[in-house]
Design a protein around this ligand. Structure first.
Ligand code: AMP
Length: 121
């Protein structure tokens, strides 16, 4: 895992340098709509702290940060209405998982049947 890049796009969103369509904010998390939605509901939840990916977060986050972030994901899923029909959480971690933005985030996808977990490609 590489060092945290302060210039990644989600760091800039956290600093208010780039706008986002905000859904929710707490001391521990910020949630906003994905710019290229892959389902009728596609939200992103990011921790406020500087964490590269899930592996980094699971190692270094304080208990308050971990709990606060997990609670935020649940709150956002309800806020966007994803909980009614079910939803999928995805967190891509590293190169093989095709993580594009190196700031830990969870995708919340919902609003239609999402199909099997992975395609065969
Ligand atoms: P990942 O491949 O898991 O790193 O996902 C990164 C996600 O961030 C993709 O779904 C992008 O569409 C999304 N994304 C990139 N830039 C922005 C942005 N400025 N605002 C909202 N979502 C973004």
């Amino acid at each position: 895992m590489s060092a945290y890049d302060n210039n990644n796009i989600f760091a800039k969103i956290l600093l208010g340098e780039i706008p986002c369509k905000k859904i929710y904010e707490s001391d521990f998390a910020l949630a906003f709509h994905d710019i290229h939605p892959q389902a009728p509901i596609h939200a992103l939840v990011i921790p406020k702290g500087k964490f590269v990916d899930f592996a980094d977060f699971s190692k270094r986050a304080t208990e308050a940060e971990a709990a606060g972030f997990t609670k935020a994901v649940g709150i956002v899923a309800e806020t966007v209405g994803a909980h009614h029909q079910g939803y999928r959480l995805i967190s891509n971690c590293g190169a093989n998982a095709h993580q594009e933005v190196p700031h830990y985030h969870v995708h919340i996808l919902a609003g239609r049947p999402l199909g099997p977990m992975l395609n065969k490609a």
